[in-house]
Write a protein that binds this ligand. Structure first.
Ligand code: SF4
Length: 243
C-alpha cells in the first residue's frame, strides 16, 4: 500500500535544521520513538510480514531462508519447497541434496538446507512437531536466532517477545536517531525500552516497509518522507530549500 501523504508534516520545519544533531536525553528519545511509531502506524496501517506462509512451520522455514536474501526471492522459492515438504516431519526426513536443489537460488543454500532440515528434525524430536512458543525454546532450534524467533513468535502467535532488528531496522533506527549502535542485540534492547510492548511487532514491520519504499539505502527520499519532522537524519547532509 502506498504511503499516505501527511500534508501537515510537510509544513513542519525539517528535523535536520531543528533537532538533528541535538543530543537527546532518554525522555526525548522515548517521545521521538512514540512519534515515529504513531506516524508509521498512520502511514502503513496494514504493514505485515512480507514472507508468504500458511502456518508457523512455513514461517519459521521462510524466515531462516530469508537470511542474506530478499523476501521476494524467498517467496518465489518456498511454494515448491512447501509442496514437497508440507510438514516438519516430511522436511525432517528429506535428503540434503533434494532440499539444496530447490533452495539453490537463495544463496548460502547448503547451510540453509542444513539449518531447515536440522530445525525440522529438532521440532519433531524435541517438540512433537509443533513450534514452541517461548523465545528460550525457539532459539534451541538449529538456524533459529533471536531475530527469527521474534518474527515467528510475533507474527505466527502474536507474542511480542522482542523487536525484530533486520538490516532495515538497524539502518533506519540509527538514521532517525533512536539508537546509536550497529549491534542488533543492543538496538533491540534499546527499542524494547523506548517502545511499549504492544508496538514491538508492528513497529518492525512498518519500519521494514518504510525502508523499502521511502528510506531506501543510499538514496533516502527525505523530502517526501512522513517521518521528516521527527527524524534526526543522522549522518546525512542538510536538506536544502526546505525552510
Ligand atoms: S527518508 Fe530521510 S527523513 Fe525519512 S526516515 Fe529516512 S533519513 Fe529520515
Amino acid at each position: 500500500m502506498p504511503p499516505k501523504s501527511r500534508p501537515s508534516e510537510s509544513k513542519r520545519k525539517p528535523a535536520s535544521e531543528s533537532s538533528s544533531r541535538r543530543k537527546r536525553d532518554a525522555k526525548d528519545r522515548a517521545k521521538q520513538a512514540a512519534e515515529v511509531a504513531a506516524i508509521l502506524a498512520e502511514t502503513y496501517p496494514a504493514a505485515e510480514c512480507a514472507l508468504h506462509h500458511k502456518n508457523p512451520y512455513e514461517l519459521v522455514v521462510a524466515t531462516i531462508l530469508s537470511a542474506q536474501c530478499t523476501d521476494a526471492r524467498v517467496n518465489m522459492t518456498t511454494p515448491a519447497l512447501f509442496e514437497k515438504y508440507p510438514t516438519a516431519e516430511r522436511l525432517a526426513e528429506s535428503k540434503q541434496e533434494d532440499v539444496e536443489r530447490i533452495i539453490k537460488p537463495l544463496g548460502f543454500f547448503r547451510a540453509k538446507a542444513t539449518n531447515i532440515r536440522g530445525m525440522a528434525r529438532s521440532l519433531v524430536d524435541d517438540f512433537g512437531g509443533e513450534l514452541p512458543q517461548t523465545l528460550e525454546e525457539m532459539i534451541t532450534l538449529p538456524g533459529v536466532g533471536r531475530k527469527t524467533a521474534n518474527v515467528v513468535l510475533g507474527v505466527a502467535f502474536g507474542h511480542p517477545t522482542g523487536v525484530v532488528v533486520d538490516t532495515h531496522v538497524r539502518r533506519l533506527t540509527n538514521l532517525i536517531g533512536l539508537v546509536s549502535s550497529k549491534d542488533p542485540v543492543k538496538i533491540e534492547q534499546e527499542l524494547m525500552k523506548l517502545l511499549p510492548t504492544d508496538e514491538w511487532i508492528d513497529f518492525s514491520h512498518r519500519l521494514i516497509h518504510h525502508g523499502r519504499k521511502i528510506c531506501i539505502a543510499r538514496r533516502p527520499r527525505c523530502p517526501e518522507c512522513p517521518l521528516l519532522a521527527v527524524c534526526d537524519r543522522v549522518g546525512l547532509p542538510p536538506l536544502t530549500g526546505m525552510e
